[in-house]
Design a protein around this ligand. Structure first.
Ligand code: HEC
Length: 285
């Protein structure tokens, strides 16, 4: 009986949250929240992360962009894209399509990177031997090249009613759930406290956070392997870093597939960047 009452109470609390909110209203709310917090910053600027809200850092960033450290990686990515015949697995031969991902198709959410890995396997590429792993290195370089061909196209993730909305809501719950020994949610840092300093880093707003991935980070540079690729990472590599920051375990891919919670998170998180132009790869601290 007691269990039943608790379950019923939980449903009472949870039901209105789920039934009232639609992806469209979630997006409008997040945009309104940020526009109030950072008056005068236009929507598309949020694709520049912390540089949209911090003048001093923006100057450093503009200097970095004069000799973009990700350029060699994009060139390498293009060569590998051709070598492994990636074009044949994707709509429009894989060019200019990043803005439509993650995409709900055939009952599942597909990330660009998930489909890329499936493509490599389908084409008979020995991913182990070729050292193609989710998240970084050569794999991230191919994803970076593909994203690069979408520059200027607005993020346009679709969440149809039904099964897709369920996965979207799973991602949304992940984003707002407290986790790790430090008990922080993604939202605690990137919705409620953007602009606040965390040690040496200033927190960026959740709006626009996906537009510039894969990203080239100074912090990731020099981790072994090809020095031109070591700074590169996908958005799910970044999720792992942010999970570690609060002492939660990053979710690893299993059996060649990305973790379903990260796929759901990427679906929700990218939807929150709808209307913001792809500007990948970006460069970050
Ligand atoms: C304790 C605070 C904290 C939490 C919790 C946190 N992050 Fe972060 N995150 C940071 C910091 C610090 C950075 C680097 C500065 C920046 O760009 O915000 C960052 C960066 C990012 C970036 C890269 C932004 C860019 O412009 O390149 C993404 C994406 C991101 N976080 C997503 C998430 C997600 C998703 C979660 C939840 C799983 C999360 N973060 C949880 C602190 C946090």
């Amino acid at each position: 009986m007691k269990k039943f009452i608790i379950a019923a109470m939980a449903m009472l609390i949870a039901a209105p949250m789920v039934s009232l909110a639609s992806p469209e209203s979630d997006l409008k709310k997040l945009q309104a929240h940020m526009f109030k917090k950072f008056p005068g910053v236009p929507l598309n600027e949020y694709g520049n992360g912390v540089y949209a809200i911090d003048k001093d850092r923006r100057v450093e960033w503009e200097a970095m962009e004069e000799f973009p450290p990700y350029e060699p990686a994009v060139d390498i990515g293009k060569k590998l894209f051709n070598k492994y015949k990636v074009a044949k697995c994707f709509p429009n031969k894989g060019i200019g399509i990043k803005q439509n991902y993650p995409m709900f198709k055939g009952g599942k959410v597909h990330t660009l990177e998930g489909d890329l890995m499936a493509c490599l396997k389908k084409n008979g590429v020995d991913t182990k031997k070729e050292k193609l792993k989710y998240g970084k290195g050569k794999f991230a370089a191919i994803a970076a090249y593909m994203a690069y061909t979408s520059r200027g196209k607005k993020t346009n993730v679709k969440v149809p009613a039904g099964a897709a909305t369920k996965i979207y809501n799973q991602g949304k719950r992940f984003f707002y759930a407290k986790r790790g020994q430090l008990n922080f949610s993604c939202a605690d840092c990137h919705v409620y406290n953007p602009g606040v300093m965390l040690r040496t880093m200033k927190l960026s707003p959740a709006l626009g956070q996906t537009s510039h991935f894969p990203v080239y980070r100074k912090k990731w540079q020099g981790g072994g392997g090809n020095p031109e690729l070591s700074g590169l990472g996908t958005v799910q590599r970044r999720y792992g870093g942010c999970n570690k920051m609060v002492r939660a375990k990053p979710l690893k891919p299993k059996d060649g597939k990305q973790h379903p919670d990260y796929v759901a998170l990427e679906y929700f998180h990218t939807y929150m960047s709808n209307g913001i132009a792809i500007n990948a790869p970006g460069v970050r601290q």
